[in-house]
Ligand binder design. Structure first.
Ligand code: AMP
Ligand code: ZN
Length: 449
């Protein structure tokens, strides 16, 4: 099929035509969550960007393998377990469960494979042994470090040179490292911390190793796309490249590197350490999965996206409006309609196209109506049919129909008595609960916002 998918490759900092290694089997890996705390809206952006890219790739290619890992061993998890006095397994299981519920409510497709780091410790030990054998890594007192200067392309992805890195890393020099920029492949674990037996004693892997191991295991040594949030370029992805290319004596690992920008609040990155997070569950409960999804697609993936009520209210009105033309159909969308998506996953451009289709459909064009519905579904909207959407809205408000009718009656009598202040008060109170009332000629009707 002729198409021209373009994506911006962080490795070359250029928008490039996507040329798959094997058009019959596309391969994509995205770094998934570290399961130490319930995922927030920033994490949701990575999820949705790569879910949407997965959908677009599936539209063009017959077979797409998408691997998204779960990091279930990490110092942040160990710390959380100590702080909360909760076992590591309880934390990782609980958070993974919430993460899966979140994925479902945001209508993310299941990835082809969702490997967990702790299921791949043996392979990580093997890769570490191999890197030592090939002189890319060395052991000191139960620690194994990757020797950064042994990899000539180090810094290519993050556009950093070694001198700059050396100056930057002086602050956290470990006496054991031969060079301050070397990074850890394996480290010893305290008796109370999780650990696995290894040739270097009981310990656990460094963070970057898991993605080198799992991407190779499920996608091969050389695959098409590797993604994640912008903060992963350095050191995580830079280190993955160093590990994998060194071990495989290859210049190639992933051909395209795709990174999404941050979700911000008042222009600051949403992150647990800044204490400005909104969990996915909270946002979905307040606004619904579809509204959250549309909000996250409303800016180009490479740009920052500021999260605020105004943004969410706007998306809510859009979804509400679009549901007026919901139809239980799904037609094949011609590629020219999705040209914005093919152009570096330009979701705001595609959303503008959906608005156009909506407008034509609203004028009675049946073909546009079908295309409009399929376009919404293509980017993961309209997962609920109209009835399900209406009943979701009902469960999202905590006011019963009976009470609504009582309030409307109270408002009518207030109006009859000339107490317009009270009438307005009741109208606002209902509005705050998500209920809009409309005065018709001889009666008052209501609907969910
Ligand atoms: P973590 O659970 O911290 O390992 O992050 C999981 C994914 O979410 C990674 O790809 C991060 O880059 C991404 N991420 C974390 N915070 C944000 C944010 N504020 N905006 C966008 N992506 C984020
Ligand atoms: Zn990773």
């Amino acid at each position: 099929m002729s198409h021209n998918l373009k994506i911006t490759n962080s490795l070359t900092r250029q928008k490039e035509i996507f040329k798959p290694i094997n058009p019959k089997a596309i391969t994509m890996y995205a770094c998934g969550p570290t399961v130490y705390d319930n995922p927030h809206v920033g994490n949701a952006r990575t999820l949705i960007v790569f879910d949407t890219l997965f959908r677009v790739l599936k539209k063009i290619y017959a077979k797409v393998s998408y691997v998204r890992n779960i990091t279930d061993i990490d110092d942040k998890i160990i710390e959380e377990s100590k702080n909360k006095k909760k076992s590591i397994s309880k934390i990782t299981e609980d958070v993974t469960k919430v993460f899966h519920e979140n994925c479902k409510s945001l209508n993310c497709l299941l990835p082809t494979k969702e490997p967990k780091a702790t299921d791949h410790i043996d392979e990580m030990i093997k890769m570490t042994e191999s890197l030592i054998k090939k002189n890319f890594a060395y052991e000191v007192k139960g620690h194994v470090y990757f020797s950064v200067s042994s990899f000539k392309d180090y810094g290519k992805l993050s556009n950093k040179d070694l001198d700059e890195l050396k100056t930057g890393s002086r602050i956290e020099v470990s006496k054991l490292k031969k060079d301050p920029i070397d990074f850890v492949l394996w480290k010893p674990s305290d008796i109370n911390d999780p650990g696995w037996d290894s040739p270097w004693g009981r310990g656990r892997p460094g963070w970057h190793l898991e993605c080198s191991v799992m991407s190779e295991k499920y996608l091969g040594k050389h695959f098409d796309i590797h993604g994640g949030g912008l903060d992963l370029i350095f050191p995580h992805h830079e280190n993955e490249i160093a590990q994998s290319c060194s071990n495989n004596s290859s210049e190639r690992f992933s051909n395209y590197w795709v990174h999404n920008g941050f979700v911000t609040i008042n222009k600051e990155k949403m992150s647990k350490s800044l204490g400005n997070i909104i969990s996915i569950s909270e946002a979905v409960n307040k606004y619904s999965g579809q509204v959250v999804r549309l909000a996250l697609l409303s800016a180009h993936y490479s740009q920052p996206l500021d999260w605020n009520d105004r943004l969410l209210e706007d998306q809510k009105s859009t979804i509400e409006k679009w549901y007026q033309l919901y139809e239980d159909s799904n037609v094949e969308i011609p590629l020219d309609i999705i040209d914005a998506l093919l152009d570096d996953l330009n979701t705001p451009g595609f959303i503008a196209k959906i608005h156009e289709l909506y407008n034509s459909a609203n004028k009675g064009d049946d073909k546009s109506k079908k295309l409009f519905n399929s376009a919404c579904k293509l980017i993961g909207l309209f997962d609920l049919n109209k009835n399900e959407w209406e009943s979701l809205k009902k469960t999202n408000t905590d006011i019963s129909e009976e009470l609504i009718l009582k309030k409307i009656a109270a408002r009518s009598s207030a109006k009859q008595n000339g107490d317009f202040k009270l009438a307005d008060q009741i109208r606002d109170e209902l509005l705050n609960k998500g209920i809009i009332i409309e005065d018709q000629k001889d009666k008052t009707t209501w609907k969910y916002k």
